[in-house]
Write a protein that binds this ligand. Sequence first.
Ligand SMILES: Cc1cc2nc3c(=O)[nH]c(=O)nc-3n(C[C@H](O)[C@H](O)[C@H](O)COP(=O)(O)OP(=O)(O)OC[C@H]3O[C@@H](n4cnc5c(N)ncnc54)[C@H](O)[C@@H]3O)c2cc1C
Length: 377
Amino acid sequence: MDSARFAQLREDVETFVRGRGADLGHQIEETGQVGPEVWSELRQRGYLRLAAPEAYGGFGLPFTQYLELLALFSHLHGSMRVMVHVANGLWRSLDQAATPAQRDRFVIPFVQGELRATFTLTEPNSGSGTDIKTTARRDGDAYVVNGEKWMIIFSDVTDYFLLFCRLEGTTGGEGTLALLVPRDAPGLEIRPMPPAMGITGTGHGHLVLCDCRVPVENRLGAEGDGLKVAFAGFLDPSRTAIGMTCVGLAERALELAVEHAKARVTFGKPLAERPTIQMWLAEMATDIAAARQLVLYAGRAFEQGEPSAALASMAKLQGTEMLQRVTDKALQIFGGIGYFKGEMERIYRDARMQRFEEGTSETQKMTIARALLRGGR
Ligand SMILES: Cc1cc2nc3c(=O)[nH]c(=O)nc-3n(C[C@H](O)[C@H](O)[C@H](O)COP(=O)(O)OP(=O)(O)OC[C@H]3O[C@@H](n4cnc5c(N)ncnc54)[C@H](O)[C@@H]3O)c2cc1C
């Protein structure tokens, strides 16, 4: 996208984030619901298809331009931030192994917001990845799937679960499958989970699959390629993107902390005139700037066709740990009033989720250590 069009788009996003988007965020916190109007507003504005190719009906933004906008969207309520992030990332996972028929049936409708899908990996009784236990066996033109998944986001509204399982009798990296399971598949029960600490209003589900029949034509990639669909080509940009969502949310926390420090007077002076508060603000700004540069470094590597799993993990790790430090200091600057319901308190809760999303900090460190010990960059 040329720089004039991008500048206009950036301005539109900024106006939305400060105005209508902020109002929708308040509405979500007050009602505890993400109403259908939130989805349709994001969809109509085109914010759910910024990163997808123009050939699929997306805006085709280069990755680093998308990251710049994502930082702005991350000033929004956590539920809206996660909608933008998932819609602009998951199409890659669907697309990389799709046949032309599957591209028409699933990928393009997903990009255009006519179909919703959600990433379905985590299980109650195993680690995420080669440890997955949910099984499938072929029976004619269907797979018969048994197992459980939980904490699955958008379970209340999704049309398909992009579900990762394994052929019966296989272990480790062998025999994994990626299946698009329709929400009305026979044998699938979707149990709503309790509300989460943050991202208020977003529905999470515990799926129980009991002889659940899924058509073979809903399999993405070959038998054995399930984890490749889950991770390859999708996870690196997605982890980098989370690094940028941390930068955006931390920027909003800093903005609020600066406003509060200027307005709040104790012992005859605004907090902003106290050296302790100034040191904290300076540390927060420096922490955010450093994380932003690492995220952009990883983003440029991906954009230039040189993705690095270790670099993406570093961007996510640095982002989430920075966000924890910055939101903690911002809350401290607010004093006790920041602990009461309000934007600062909401940011603190929303921020905590990011250390779990798409792999914990420990998972990121394992990825980085593996690359180091293999002698990679
Ligand atoms: C709000 C929310 C939404 C989510 N949405 C989805 C979703 O849509 N789809 C989906 O598939 N998942 C989703 N998840 C799940 C999320 O991806 C996992 O919580 C995360 O990957 C961690 O896995 P776990 O919870 O099973 O932790 P566990 O694997 O039980 O790990 C617990 C702790 O031990 C550490 N640990 C685990 N194994 C090791 C090891 N070998 N060495 C060192 N440390 C280790 C972990 O880092 C973690 O800190 C969501 C989670 C949350 C909180």
